[in-house]
Design a protein around this ligand. Structure first.
Ligand SMILES: Nc1ncnc2c1ncn2[C@@H]1O[C@H](COP(=O)(O)OP(=O)(O)OP(=O)(O)O)[C@@H](O)[C@H]1O
Length: 264
């Protein structure tokens, strides 16, 4: 080994997973909805959480984003313990979350929504009474984000007029505006027709560039198209994990889903 001088004193930091849970549990009055889950999400990956209804996917999302407190176990974000932090603290560390249903302001346009989101990211914080001029500095970036999600033609129309798929696209622009390192997407294609689904797949791919994405989706076409890795949950525990092809051929997974179909 050559002499690297002072560089030798710098200990290389091994790459930490974007998210890691160890022994994560959540109890609701004695009912264990998330049961000893060890999850590892690699930095830069797109990771899907799937499983039959009631498997604990949403609860796990709520734990990761701090909306629910853990009953046991730990959560680490890039190696930093975030267990017990409040949602806004976790958001501040670069984790953004989309919801299945987001409340948009019916009278504000997509551009205005995105401008508000961008303003919220600055030290100025959200302020509804700020002058138009101050908001205008966010206009170019807002236009870019609105274009990225395919809403340019609706950019200046009230959000109340947007079709369902367009509202979900606007949501995507809002989470992009937060420029998160880790993005948690809760059923990004729920309730969409085929055309919107394929557009959303493309959108998630684009937004995922340089980021880590964890998403929940029931649509296996979406999971197969997007996910680098898939974790299958059942009754709060990890049933299987691997690539999409690995898990979909796993007999336990097939059985779990057939079980669900039986009860549908
Ligand atoms: N606040 C709560 N109080 C009591 N039980 C809850 C609560 N939230 C979730 N549960 C229960 O925990 C289990 C897991 O629910 P969760 O919503 O996490 O499942 P899921 O995998 O997201 O299901 P779905 O695919 O239907 O959205 C379910 O049995 C649910 O009834």
């Amino acid at each position: 080994m050559g002499d690297h001088g002072t560089l030798l004193s710098v200990t290389p930091v091994p790459t930490q997973p974007a998210l890691r849970t160890s022994g994560l549990c959540k109890d609701f009055r004695g009912f264990r909805a998330v049961d000893t889950v060890d999850l590892e999400v690699a930095e830069g990956s797109i990771h899907a959480l799937v499983g039959p209804n009631g498997a604990g996917k949403t609860t796990l999302f709520n734990l990761l984003s701090g909306f629910l407190g853990v009953s046991a176990g730990r959560i680490a974000l890039f190696g930093r313990d975030i267990t017990g932090l409040q949602p806004e603290q976790i958001a501040h560390l670069g984790v953004a979350r989309s919801f299945q249903i987001t409340s948009l302001f019916e009278n504000l346009t997509p551009i205005e929504h995105v401008e508000l989101a961008l303003q919220g990211m600055t030290s100025e914080g959200y302020s509804f009474w700020r002058s138009h001029r101050s908001m205008h500095k966010f206009r170019p970036r807002a236009e870019e984000l609105v274009e990225e999600v395919g809403l340019t033609s609706m950019a200046h129309r009230p959000a109340g007029l947007l079709a369902y798929g367009q509202k979900r696209a606007l949501e995507m622009a809002l989470v992009s505006a937060l420029d998160p390192r880790v993005l948690l997407l809760d059923e990004p294609t729920a309730g969409m027709g085929m055309e919107d689904i394929d557009r959303t797949i493309e959108l998630v791919r684009r937004i995922a560039t340089g980021r880590t994405v964890v998403f929940v989706d029931h649509n296996m076409h979406v999971v197969g198209s997007l996910a680098d890795r898939v974790t299958v949950l059942q009754a709060g525990t990890v049933l299987a994990e691997g690539t999409y092809d690995e898990v979909r051929n796993d007999e336990r997974v097939v059985t779990a889903y057939l079980g669900e179909a039986d009860h549908a």
